[in-house]
Design a binder for this molecule. Structure first.
Ligand code: SAM
Length: 286
């Protein structure tokens, strides 16, 4: 099925207003480090899968010292914005950006030491194919580190979760979230070893509250002014999307997945429990 654009200019600009320039997901550069959780990328070649407007790629090649970062994304407009972010950081010599189609990655086998992905795979329905592709492009001994929105269980979704879903849908965003368990099983089935899933729900909840307070409090006027000035260039003004606040209430899990292509899969480490925030807000299992 052909990919339909989800992050038009207006959605992207609104989300960057909340999460910070260069980011379409919470936490900024600090969260990039948190996802890597000590995984050294200095001097390494890193693929930023779903790089969005480039903030994470800049953190990876900048303070975190990656030798070379390739940022790939499925949206041309978002990559144009990423090029601005990269140029402003003076890192165009070490960050390359590439437009891709969903599905098989147009990249050679074994071409990266680390694949990084921040809040992207929740958009992807065929996660198994993508996990296999991530493994394929990693060098032996490489690692995948990423984060994602997840749900807390397989039971029926609560009204709160469904309301959030509808709000996201009305902004044109489509997600296919799975549980942390399903995600770990998918990674293992693809051939990853030592799969670890960490629960970032408490962080996500705190960050979401902080974002919400700033949207409703000190930053409200600035955000509305920016939105109005953008709308005067691109069409009639609308209220800040309700989905912005709701998005802040979702759960994020991090994966850190060392991969050694030379060894057979030999089991995983114990995972943390399911995603607390999704359970509180989604109420699937409790
Ligand atoms: C929530 S945004 C996160 C962007 C960025 N990683 C960040 O944290 O700011 C999700 C991004 O994934 C991209 N995306 C969605 N499906 C993708 C796919 N199959 N391959 C690569 N990128 C994809 C979207 O275009 C969007 O830029």
């Amino acid at each position: 099925m052909a990919y339909e654009k989800q992050y038009g200019d207006a959605v992207r600009a609104s989300v960057e207003m909340v999460y910070g320039a260069g980011f379409l997901s919470p936490g900024g550069a600090a969260k990039v480090g948190r996802i890597l959780d000590g995984l050294a990328i200095e001097g390494r070649d890193v693929l930023d899968l779903g790089c969005g407007p480039g903030g994470a790629a800049v953190a990876l090649a900048g303070d975190l010292g990656a030798r070379r970062v390739l940022g790939i994304d499925v949206e041309a407009g978002t990559l144009e914005r990423a090029a601005e972010t990269v140029a402003a950081a003076g890192l165009a010599d070490r960050i390359t950006l590439k437009l891709v189609e969903p599905g098989p990655l147009p990249l050679p086998d074994g071409s990266f030491d680390v694949v990084f992905s921040k809040d992207v795979i929740a958009h992807v329905t065929d996660k198994d194919t993508l996990y296999g592709e991530i493994l394929r492009v990693l060098r032996p001994g490489g690692a995948f580190a990423g984060s994602d929105w997840m749900k807390g269980g397989d039971g029926p979704l609560s009204k709160a979760f469904n309301d959030w879903w509808e709000q996201l849908g009305s902004s044109g965003l489509r997600f296919d979230v799975v549980t942390a368990d399903a995600s770990a099983r998918g990674l293992e089935a693809a051939g990853f070893e030592e799969v670890e899933v960490r629960d970032h729900s408490d962080w996500t909840l705190r960050e979401g509250r902080r974002n919400l307070e700033s949207i409703l409090g000190p930053d409200r006027e600035t955000l509305l002014e920016k939105k109005a000035s953008r709308a005067s260039r691109s069409g009639p003004a609308r209220a800040l999307p309700r989905s912005t606040a709701a998005t802040c209430c979702t759960a994020t899990c991090g994966h850190t997945v060392p991969h050694d292509a030379g060894r057979a899969f030999d089991g995983d480490r114990p995972m943390s429990g399911p995603v607390g925030t999704a359970r509180r807000y989604g109420g699937h299992t409790d």
